[in-house]
Design a protein around this ligand. Sequence first.
Ligand code: AR6
Length: 175
Amino acid sequence: MSDERLVLTRGDITQVQADAIVNAANSTLLGGGGVDGAIHRAAGPGLLAECRTLGRCPPGEARITGGHALPAKHVIHAVGPVWQGGSSGEETVLARCYRRAFSLMEQHGLGTIAFPSISTGAYGYPIERAARIALREILAALQRMPTLQRVTVVLFSDRDLDVYQRARQALEPTP
Ligand code: AR6
């Protein structure tokens, strides 16, 4: 059965109101391009100042900060894997990003979250594969966490949204 708490949409994650938005960060947590750059620009310098207190974050891990000037209350900074062909543990590391984000939500009592498509930009992860892993982890979290009210995946193009919608249909067929 289709879980209505999962929403796939096209848009800009910096505009999303949620308890947390997820940033596709790098290990320095000090900003970069892509969605990371957009989040830091929209959140203002307070976010970078808070990130400086955190130290490095290895791939497959995540850290939580405040949302600063964003409409979201928190930012969960997750570091995805760099795609190296698929036989260097990329799938495990990507899955762990999603799991770590959900465990931070549990620890902080958060109910709504929005994810970008982690690793599928600068880090080169093929989006069809990444979508399967992301949605598998999200659907598993929705099943085990009754406190999750809404999980939104915010895709940056119509094509990316289409890839996620197809992957969802394969994992969660609707009649
Ligand atoms: N809202 C939603 N999605 C976005 C937005 C936005 N405002 N901007 C870009 N995307 P990327 P990665 C999409 O490269 O592959 C950074 O420099 C984008 O189209 O942001 O995990 C970090 O500092 C793509 O689908 O993240 C790291 O060094 C997706 O977000 C590195 O890039 C992820 O693309 C991380 O690479």
